[in-house]
Design a protein around this ligand. Structure first.
Ligand SMILES: O=C[C@H](O)COP(=O)(O)O
Length: 254
């Protein structure tokens, strides 16, 4: 049995209650493509309302704290997000690694905290353009993955998202060969830690300027198991072709 494609929108710091109509429309697209697992990682303010109108899409969060509770003004625990309706959480997004100084250790701890309350995790990794140009992308990103991988990582609760930082929101993506090679390297890195059988079940998503024009090519690559989508997930009209591309690949592989 192959890996089920996973297509997740990351709304980042976008979305007010007025956008819940769009979320509902995405939930309907998800319902029309049950072979694909579809989700939306929302700003925390929309998680509760979004989870009531999500249709067949799951709702996720974009970050969580590593502790259960405590004096952390402005932070949210995994348990709080889960109670609000989030079943998944993104950890290690480059926008938090860079701007918030999150370390690999923080990310492993956040991922473990989410798992402890029964949430699933999308763990993000990716290289800068300087690292890519220096020809060190696979080595650096594989090391980053192993350093931020939580204890006991397993395919039933952890997915990985490869997001080249220079491709996020820029309209640029790596060559298909580079994406294929990176995803294979990441699976090999996972295998070295959790064993080849388990690594073969982990879904590895591509993220960074994925859209309706490039999704089919990206998802046709052997180790690309879906996408983590920013800008193109904000409307059902732009997100639907990506979900459809994933559905086509599921049908082609069946
Ligand atoms: O989490 C999503 C990624 O950062 C990709 O964002 P983007 O699709 O807007 O390039």
């Amino acid at each position: 049995m192959g890996r089920r494609k996973l297509v997740v929108g990351n709304w980042k710091m976008n979305g007010m209650r007025a956008h819940l109509d769009e979320l509902e429309a995405i939930g309907r697209v998800a319902a029309a493509h049950p072979a694909v697992e579809v989700g939306l990682c929302l700003p925390a303010t929309l998680i509760m309302a979004g989870s009531e109108r999500r249709g067949a899409a799951f709702i996720g969060a974009q970050n969580c704290h590593m502790d259960i509770s405590g004096a952390y003004t402005g932070s949210l625990s995994a348990e709080m997000l889960c109670e609000a309706g989030a079943s998944w959480v993104i950890t290690g997004h480059s926008e938090r690694r860079e701007a918030r100084g999150e370390t690999n250790e923080d990310i492993a701890a956040k991922s473990a905290a989410a798992h402890r309350v029964g949430m699933k995790v999308i763990l993000c990794v990716g290289e800068t353009i300087e690292v890519r140009d220096a020809g060190r992308a696979e080595e650096v990103v594989s090391d980053q993955l192993l350093a931020s991988l939580p204890e006991g990582a397993a395919a039933d609760w952890l997915a990985v998202a490869y997001e080249p930082i220079w491709a996020i929101g820029t309209g640029r993506i790596p060559t298909m060969e580079a994406v294929a090679s990176m995803h294979a390297a990441l699976r090999a890195a996972l295998a070295s830690r959790i064993g080849a059988d388990e690594a073969a079940k982990v879904r590895i998503l591509y993220g960074g300027s994925m859209n309706g024009d490039n999704a089919a090519d990206l998802m046709a690559l052997a180790d690309v198991d879906g996408g983590l989508v920013g800008g193109a997930s904000l409307s059902a009209a732009k997100f639907a072709p990506i979900i459809e591309a994933a559905d086509q690949r599921m049908k082609a592989a069946a």
